[in-house]
Design a protein around this ligand. Structure first.
Ligand SMILES: Nc1ncnc2c1ncn2[C@@H]1O[C@H](COP(=O)(O)OP(=O)(O)OP(=O)(O)O)[C@@H](O)[C@H]1O
Ligand SMILES: CCCC(=O)O
Length: 356
C-alpha cells in the first residue's frame, strides 16, 4: 500500500511516501521568511504547499491515483483524545477556520484530504494525534482564572511516538510506564505520561512552559498585561513576541541553536547566558512533571532537534538526574513514520480508528 505523508511546519513542508512501513521518499523543504511573507494567513499557503507535493510525486514517477492512503499532520482543531482520525467535513471546517488558532499544522490534513478527493479517495484521508490531544487530568486544566483553561497545543505525535519507542526498547507496555518527555524543537513541550496518558503538559504555543528558539515561555502575567495596554505594540506585534520572534530569537536574533552554539564558541557571553537560561527553564519544567507523577518516574526522554546539542542536554541532565538516572536522548523526531505507522496500526486493528 502506498502512503503519502504531509507534515507542514511554520518554516518547512516535509513530504514522504511509504510502501507500508518502508520509506520510499523523504523530502523536507525549508521555506525562508521572505517566501512566507507573501501569504497573510496559513490557509493562503495551501496552493503553494500543494504544488510542492504534486511536484515531488511527479519527480518520483508517482501519479496521485497510485496513492492508497493520504495522511496529514493534525492541527489546531477541537481538543480530542489521542488516536487515528479519518478526515471528514467537520474536521476540514475546524482546521480551515483554525478553531484553536492558526498554525501550519492546520494545513496537513486539509492537503491530505484535498489531494485524496482529486482521485475520489477522501475516505482514505487520515490524521494521527493532532497537536490538540487532550488527556489532561482535570486538576491540570485549572489555571487560576475561570476564563482560561491550561489545555493548549503541543507535540502530541512525537511525544507519543518516542514514549512508545522507549516502551518497545525496554520491553514494557507504555500503559504501565511513568515518563517525562521533553520535546525540544522550534517550540518546546514537556509532558508527564502516566500509564499511557499525557496527564499534564505545557502548551508549546508561546506563553507557557520554557521559552524556546522562537517562542516566549511562561511570563509574569501582570507585566505582560501592562505591556498589552502600554500603547507601544499592536496585537499582531505582541503575538509575534510570544510566537515567532520570542524566546532565543528575541534575545539573539536567531532561531538556530547551531548558530547560538557557534556564537558561544566565538566567546559571546550573552549567547551562553540565553542558552543556559533555556536549559534552566526546561529542567524546571521537567522537575514540575516529576511532582505531577509524585516522584515515580521510570525515565526522562529528551527529544526534538535541540536534543542534538550536547551542551543543552548536559545542562539539563545536571539539574534533573536526582529524579532518575534513566535519562534517554532521542535527538530529532520521526513524525513522518509515526503518522504512517499510526494509520497502518489502525488498519491492522491494533489501534482504534476514531471518528472526528
Ligand atoms: N544538529 C543540531 N544541533 C543543534 N540544534 C539543532 C540541530 N538540528 C536542529 N537543531 C535545532 O532544533 C530546532 C528545531 O527543532 P525541530 O526540527 O525538532 O523543530 P521544528 O519541527 O522546526 O519545530 P517544532 O518541533 O516545534 O514543530 C532549531 O532551533 C534548530 O536550530
Ligand atoms: C503546536 C505545537 C507544535 C509546534 O510547536 O510546532
Amino acid at each position: 500500500m502506498y502512503i503519502l505523508v504531509i507534515n507542514p511546519g511554520s518554516t518547512s513542508t516535509k513530504i514522504a511516501v511509504y510502501n507500508n512501513r518502508t520509506q520510499l521518499i523523504y523530502r523536507p523543504f525549508n521555506h525562508n521568511e521572505k517566501e512566507m511573507a507573501a501569504f497573510s494567513t496559513i490557509l493562503d499557503q495551501k496552493a503553494f504547499r500543494k504544488q510542492i507535493i504534486l511536484d515531488v510525486l511527479q519527480e518520483h514517477g508517482f501519479r496521485l491515483n497510485d496513492i492508497d492512503i493520504f495522511i496529514g499532520r493534525g492541527g489546531l482543531v477541537r481538543h480530542l483524545q489521542s488516536g487515528v482520525y479519518r478526515i471528514n467535513d467537520d474536521y476540514i471546517h475546524d482546521a480551515s477556520v483554525g478553531l484553536n488558532g492558526e498554525h501550519a499544522s492546520n494545513l496537513g490534513a486539509i492537503l491530505a484530504w484535498e489531494l485524496a478527493r482529486v482521485v475520489n479517495k477522501e475516505e482514505m484521508a487520515y490524521t494521527v494525534d493532532p497537536v490538540v490531544v487532550d488527556e489532561y487530568d482535570p486538576i491540570a486544566k485549572i489555571s487560576g482564572i475561570p476564563d482560561i483553561s491550561r489545555v493548549g497545543a503541543f507535540h502530541a505525535l512525537n511525544q507519543k511516538a518516542v514514549a512508545h519507542r522507549y516502551a518497545t526498547e525496554t520491553n514494557r507496555p507504555y500503559s504501565t510506564l511513568k515518563l517525562i518527555v521533553a520535546h525540544l524543537g522550534g517550540g518546546i513541550s514537556v509532558g508527564a505520561h502516566r500509564n499511557g496518558r499525557i496527564v499534564d503538559v505545557n502548551s508549546a504555543m508561546g506563553g507557557d512552559g520554557p521559552f524556546s528558539p522562537e517562542r516566549a515561555g511562561r511570563l509574569p502575567s501582570y507585566e505582560l498585561l501592562k505591556l498589552c495596554f502600554s500603547g507601544q505594540y499592536t496585537y499582531a506585534q505582541l503575538k509575534k513576541k510570544l510566537i515567532g520572534e520570542g524566546g532565543v530569537y528575541g534575545y539573539l536574533g536567531t532561531k538556530d541553536i547551531r548558530d547560538v552554539e557557534q556564537q558561544i564558541m566565538d566567546g559571546n557571553k550573552k549567547a551562553r547566558d540565553i542558552l543556559e537560561a533555556m536549559a534552566y527553564q526546561i529542567a524546571k519544567e521537567i522537575a514540575s512533571c516529576a511532582a505531577v507523577l509524585e516522584g515515580w518516574v521510570d525515565a526522562i526522554i529528551i527529544t526534538g532537534g535541540i536534543a542534538y546539542n550536547r551542551r543543552i542536554v548536559e545542562l539539563i541532565r545536571q539539574r534533573i538526574s536526582f529524579i532518575t538516572p534513566e535519562i534517554v536522548v532521542y535527538p530529532g523526531e520521526d513524525e513522518m513514520f509515526a503518522l504512517a505507522d499510526g494509520v497502518l496500526a489502525a488498519m491492522e486493528g491494533q489501534r482504534e480508528l476514531v471518528e472526528y
